[in-house]
Design a binder for this molecule. Structure first.
Ligand code: ATP
Length: 391
């Protein structure tokens, strides 16, 4: 939901501002500024020192400032042992060692130390609170709302990659308040369909969400209209925490800070992620990672949430747990379009299912209609095996 162009422009502007500030300070230090102060070799020296200090964190940047030729540390050492002439050689050697032995730079081990302490503290809190966790059960009685007005209307949607027709003239309608399944064998075109609806791949045909034509809009504009999605690869920001990953999705909703914090709390509670809220996403289970990616999509306040294989990598228990969470999401008024290979999940969860094969819809109906449809069995098993099963 974030405009890539806008974010890159802002990043370049911030980078240029900091560089400009550095240039202004240098001019005070040097008295006069000529292009010789900014030679390529001087630039390399800055780069090597920064890399040695640690380029992936703010503290690395600060440390680099202190270590840099002309910086506080350099000056203090230079006064005692006149390192000046040898500084280039020392840093060159240092950068080689950093690349080989410690790519995170000098601040890396310090970060690792603090991270270990933070995790140990979290583990203590977990141990104390495990008894109090109240997992909602999958046998709750659910009230399935009747389908509302059409929310997503797709007409004649086609996508070709060179000679491969991945999606061919697909018509599909998702009604408000429903959980709709999209299934089909590997390579049937399910992900491509989702990519086309969300604007990640070029397509022909019409895609209308809540009465608004989406064709031709960039992905972040479609998100603003009310479309949320997750990705098959989950694609989380690995160096951010669970809460921070979800907060990225809030950039879209334009909420004020207090409002945003309240809705972040609500989403975390809805998806039962409170226990791992402050954990790095790299440390949580596969099921929790799937939920974080769903939570991030929900943070953009979608009317339609499209999930691409949310049960991938989950065992049966985790799948049941996921189904509970998806029911909870639907009960907040969000419509869901779900792609998954876990048939028991799709058949138990969905109100309506569409089956894709070779880019075309070959069957649509309720779970029991789909279960008994010979075309679907044939698509999944191939002709001869399907006949065997029937006989
Ligand atoms: P799976 O269940 O394995 O994820 P799928 O139903 O999501 O499969 P798609 O990934 O949509 O299927 O692929 C549909 C067809 O389009 C396949 O034949 C695939 O090889 C092809 N395809 C998908 N993406 C591309 C691409 N970027 N370039 C070329 N061909 C592609």
């Amino acid at each position: 939901g974030i405009s890539v162009v806008k974010v890159k422009m802002i990043s370049f502007a911030i980078g240029a501002f900091i560089a400009g500030l550095g240039g202004a300070l240098l001019s005070y230090q040097q008295g006069s500024i000529t292009f010789q102060s900014f030679s390529a070799l001087a630039g390399l020296s800055v780069l090597t020192t920064t890399y040695m200090a640690g380029i992936t964190s703010v503290f690395g940047g600060l440390l680099a400032g202190i270590m840099m030729e002309g910086g506080v540390m350099f000056t203090a050492i230079d006064r005692n042992i006149e390192i000046g002439r040898w500084f280039g050689i020392v840093t060159s050697f240092g950068v080689i060692m950093t690349v080989l032995k410690n790519p995170e730079g000098i601040v890396g081990p310090a970060h690792a130390f603090f991270e270990r302490r933070r995790l140990a503290k979290l583990a203590e809190i977990d141990a104390a609170s495990t008894d109090q966790i109240d997992r909602r059960r999958s046998d709750d009685i659910r009230v399935v709302p009747p389908p509302g007005d059409p929310l997503l209307v797709v007409r004649d949607l086609s996508v070709s990659y060179g000679g491969v027709v991945a999606v061919s003239d697909v018509d599909l309608t998702v009604h408000e308040g429903q959980i709709v399944g999209l299934i089909g064998p590997n390579g049937a075109g399910k992900t491509t369909f989702m990519d086309a609806v969300s604007g990640f791949t070029a397509s022909s045909g019409a895609v209308v969400l809540g009465g608004r034509e989406l064709s031709g809009l960039a992905p972040h504009r479609r998100v603003a209209v009310g479309l949320g999605r997750t990705f098959q690869g989950i694609d989380l920001y690995e160096d951010l925490s669970v809460a921070e990953n979800i907060a990225v999705g809030q950039q879209v909703s334009g909420e004020r800070l207090a409002e945003a914090e309240a809705s972040l709390d609500r989403i975390i509670e809805l998806l039962d992620l409170s226990r791992v809220r402050e954990r790095g996403v790299a440390e949580v289970s596969q099921g929790e990672r799937q939920l974080v990616s769903i939570a991030r999509a929900l943070a953009g306040r979608p009317r339609l949430l499209m999930l691409d294989e949310p049960a991938a990598g989950l065992d049966t228990n985790e799948s049941l747990w996921l189904a509970d969470r998806l029911h909870d999401i639907r009960s907040t008024g969000v419509t869901i379009l779900l792609i998954d290979h876990d048939m028991s999940l799709v058949l138990s969860l969905c109100d309506e299912i569409h089956v894709l094969d070779f880019g075309s819809v070959i069957a649509s109906g309720t779970p029991s209609e789909i279960r008994n449809n010979p075309l679907v069995t044939q698509a999944y098993l191939g002709t001869s095996q399907a006949e065997e099963v029937e006989s």
